[in-house]
Design a protein around this ligand. Structure first.
Ligand code: NI
Length: 138
């Protein structure tokens, strides 16, 4: 672990009270870890803004596998981006609906492109890209 610096923060009582309520609701044990996570989140957000930066993420999609040619198109996109797609899990939710979670690693621009291509396909009912970090810089 790197060196730790302690610093004081001036904050209005009412704002601090709201912050404490928020972090308690989110199961933080103390303010320090909550503040560190807020800072890390901002750094990760900044990282995503850089198209060339190396990132990781997951794309979660819900789709109806009975929609004509959808399964084939989903597979085609995944083959097209095989360098970035590091894992995929398919779960048959019911007779019609499938859940797929696709783990991706690569440049942020490529990750966004893969996500947009998958989520915009006809028959994909809902999709969400969660971009995170390789963990190296936070
Ligand atoms: Ni299925």
């Amino acid at each position: 672990m790197s060196q730790i610096t302690r610093f004081g923060v001036s904050i209005e009582n009412a704002l601090l009270e709201k912050f404490d309520q928020l972090i308690f609701a989110r199961s933080y044990k103390n303010r320090s870890e909550a503040i560190r996570d807020l800072i890390r989140n901002e750094l990760v957000l900044q990282h995503w803004g850089d198209d060339e930066a190396e990132s990781v993420g997951t794309i979660t999609i819900i789709f109806d596998h009975h929609v004509r040619e959808l399964t084939e198109m989903l597979t085609n996109v995944q083959h097209q981006f095989n360098e970035q797609i590091i894992a995929a899990t398919h779960i048959h939710l019911d007779h019609h609906n499938c859940l797929e979670v696709i783990a991706v690693r690569g440049k942020t621009a490529a990750i966004r492109k893969i996500s947009d291509k998958l989520i915009s396909l006809r028959g994909v009912k809902h999709g969400k890209l969660v971009m995170t970090t390789t963990g190296k810089d936070v």
